[in-house]
Write a protein that binds this ligand. Structure first.
Ligand SMILES: [Zn+2]
Length: 65
């Protein structure tokens, strides 16, 4: 219900809500998060962060770096 609009801290771009690849317990999954189309920053809501080690280990296409 509460649709918060997030903005990228770096470039002040509106962030897009999307499924973002994460790693949790060694498995790749998808969590809903926010994505900056300009600088590719990904942001997760707090409950997702607590469950996932996420994001910096996986690039935007879901490939391991
Ligand atoms: Zn950005």
């Amino acid at each position: 219900m509460d649709e918060t609009q997030w903005y990228c801290a770096k470039c002040n771009e509106k962030m897009t809500k999307k499924k973002i690849p994460t790693i949790f317990m060694g498995k790749i999954g998808f969590e809903e998060g926010y994505f900056c189309p300009r600088c590719k920053t990904r942001f997760f809501s707090e409950d997702v962060v607590q469950r996932s080690i996420a994001a910096k280990e996986v690039d935007a296409e879901g490939k391991l770096q």
